[in-house]
Every structure is written in structure tokens, then in C-alpha cells.
Design a protein around this ligand. Structure first.
Ligand code: RP5
Length: 167
């Protein structure tokens, strides 16, 4: 089993086939200076490891868990049921021929009392999961809060420049 590094964010995914999309999440966290713990853990194929991960995450120093899975996606929900840490779910797209709608619904439709903060399907969601994790951490980290403000400003400026280029 991969060792747990002492970082504030864990990025877990159900399969190595999710890795190409989830690189967008890891890279975006990197833009904010966060090197996450990255794990391949499956709610269905490695259920005991998934349980152990969830049970030990807080004690291992994790503050936010990002969980990505495809098809009948239960990884984020099953982790959320075993921890008080915030869990962000990333639905993986188009593995089943249903375009990711199956995955979106199985990630977002959690019963009351066990929230999973679900982002968009695929690449956009992978990136937004990272930004949402940074926003959570920035509530108690002024350096991160400053980086977020800078990120927003740069993003805005890029759109303004594209708009100006049209006229
Ligand atoms: C899910 O099943 C994984 O998260 C992946 O998105 C999907 C298919 O897995 P593989 O068959 O590609 O390993 O559990």
C-alpha cells in the first residue's frame, strides 16, 4: 500500500484510468503550492482499503478529501460516511456509455447528513475540486487566501484581454 504523506489534501480515485483527468486536479493544487497525497482506491474493488483510508485521513493530517470515480461512483460517498472531513466528489465522464450522467447522480445524490460537495463531470470538475479545496483551506490560511485573490484577478484579466482583442 502507498504510504500516506503529511499533506493537507488527499486526491483519491477509483482507477488508474481516472488519472489523466485527475492530473488537472493535482496540477491545479500544485499551482497553489499544495502537493497532495494521491491514491488509487476503489470503493468496490478495495473496500477495506477505502474504509481504512477514510478512518485514518484526519489523523494523517488530511483536511480536505477529493474523491473521483466513474460509473456507479460510490468512492466519495463511502468515504464521506466514515469521516467528518469535507469530501469533494469528482464524477468521471463517459466510462459507461451514459456520458457521465450515471456518475454525476451517484456522486451528488447523497442522503441527508452525509454531504459530498460534487463538482462538474470530468476535467472542469477536476480543476474546480482543487480550487474548492484551496478555498476551504484558505479560510484559515492567509497565504492561500492571497493566492486565491490573485488567481481570481488573473482569470478576470484574461477574459478582459480576450474581449478587447475582439474590438
Ligand atoms: C470506477 O470505474 C473507476 O473510478 C473508473 O472511473 C471506472 C472504470 O474503472 P476501470 O475499469 O477503468 O479500472 O470505479
Amino acid at each position: 500500500m502507498a504510504s500516506e504523506k503529511k499533506t493537507s489534501v488527499a486526491v483519491v480515485m477509483g482507477s488508474d484510468s481516472d488519472l489523466a483527468v485527475m492530473r488537472n486536479c493535482v496540477d491545479t493544487l500544485g499551482d497553489f503550492g499544495i502537493v497532495p497525497t494521491v491514491r488509487i482506491i476503489s470503493a468496490h474493488r478495495t473496500p477495506q482499503i477505502a474504509s481504512d483510508f477514510a478512518d485514518n485521513a484526519a489523523a494523517n493530517g488530511i483536511k480536505v478529501i477529493i474523491a473521483a470515480a466513474g460509473m456507479a461512483a460510490h468512492l466519495a460517498g463511502s468515504i464521506a460516511g466514515r469521516t467528518t472531513l469535507p469530501v469533494i466528489g469528482v464524477p468521471m465522464g463517459a466510462k459507461s456509455g451514459l456520458g457521465g450522467l450515471d456518475t454525476l447522480l451517484s456522486t451528488v445524490q447523497m442522503p441527508p447528513g452525509v454531504p459530498v460537495a460534487t463538482v462538474a463531470i470530468g476535467k472542469a470538475g477536476a480543476k474546480n475540486a482543487a480550487i474548492l479545496a484551496v478555498q476551504i483551506l484558505a479560510l484559515s490560511d492567509t497565504t492561500l487566501a492571497g493566492k486565491l485573490a490573485e488567481f481570481k484577478k488573473t482569470q478576470e484579466q484574461k477574459v478582459i484581454e480576450k474581449d478587447s482583442a475582439l474590438s
